[in-house]
Ligand binder design. Structure first.
Ligand code: SAM
Length: 283
């Protein structure tokens, strides 16, 4: 099976945590997805594919843009997340475009060729074990000159959302093993030249990998200790803390609270500047 470890990851604890903290994550990521959708500019009647659509919020936003004559397909390997997406679509107050959600691997799923006007993704394309195979499959799904737009992370080192809590936790915990560059995961696409090469090899044209800064607002309205609890459950230190001995659980949390307190306000929660790539191309 392709992407077996990612499938296990997103169908296990992590997928369930994304479901539990769906509102928290959606509040933080919503403006980033909207910026990419704005540039992708789907219009009424178009068909759009949402890769790694997770709990489906971006698919709904796309559906709103393409209207009753359009159609959206969300694809994701996570059963728990796709299940939330389906419920969300069923409970839409104002049904717009037709939406279908596929629980499938975007790298290998047999998508009908030439069937989409645009492909979108919010942080859902960095997890393929064979990115050229995946993007070739995605390109094949686009009609000639169809558009691609997605966002992904710049390096961990320029993203304090990832480094700040981790550095505090590392004062008490051992460092996790370093992953080789380009390992499937959030930072697989940190090098813009690598992204460009993958897309070129997959047959895309007019490729642009542009820097995109946006604040990440995490846990608006929550107390600082609750924010740190969420970081421990779904954030960048989740695995490290999960594996830590019981007697270090609270001391680690105390270190993280001290580290992030300067970026916390009661009204906004924790706000840290984020650095991303906004990638566009055509088929
Ligand atoms: C960081 S989450 C982003 C989810 C969603 N796009 C969002 O912004 O809330 C990455 C998503 O990619 C999905 N994913 C990972 N590998 C995939 C694959 N090979 N095919 C389809 N989806 C995949 C995961 O299941 C997960 O939902």
């Amino acid at each position: 099976m392709h992407n077996a470890s990612q499938s296990e990851f997103w169908n296990g604890e992590t997928g369930k945590n994304w479901v539990t903290h769906d509102t928290l994550m959606e509040t933080m990521l919503q403006p980033l997805g909207e910026a990419v959708i704005e540039t992708l500019a789907p219009i009424a009647g178009e068909r759009v594919l949402d890769i790694g659509c997770g709990c489906g919020h971006t698919s709904l936003s796309l559906a709103h843009r393409v209207g009753a004559e359009g159609a959206i397909t969300g694809i994701d390997i996570s059963a728990p997340m796709i299940s939330v997406a389906r419920t969300l679509a069923e409970n839409r107050a104002e049904p717009s475009a037709a939406i279908e959600f596929l629980e499938a691997d975007a790298q290998t799923h047999d998508i009908q060729p030439n069937s989409f006007d645009a492909v979108f993704s919010r942080f859902g394309v960095m997890f393929f074990e064979d990115p050229v195979a995946a993007f070739s499959n995605i390109r094949n799904a686009l009609r000639p000159s169809g558009r691609l737009g997605f966002c992904c992370w710049q390096p961990r080192a320029v993203n304090p959302f990832m480094t700040l809590p981790a550095m505090a936790a590392l004062e008490l915990l051992p460092a996790p093993p370093e992953m080789p560059p380009r390992t499937p995961g959030p930072f697989a696409f940190e090098e813009p030249e690598y992204v460009e090469r993958i897309l070129t090899q997959s047959g895309f044209n007019g490729i642009s990998v542009a820097p995109f800064s946006h604040p990440l607002v995490f846990g608006r309205g929550l107390a600082l200790a609750d924010i740190v609890e969420r970081l421990v459950q779904i954030g960048p230190i989740a695995q490290m803390v999960r594996e830590a001995p019981g007697d270090l659980q609270q001391p680690v949390r105390d270190k993280v609270i001290a580290a992030v307190s300067a970026y916390y306000t009661e009204t906004s929660g924790m706000t840290l500047e984020g650095q991303f790539w906004h990638v566009s191309a055509t088929a």
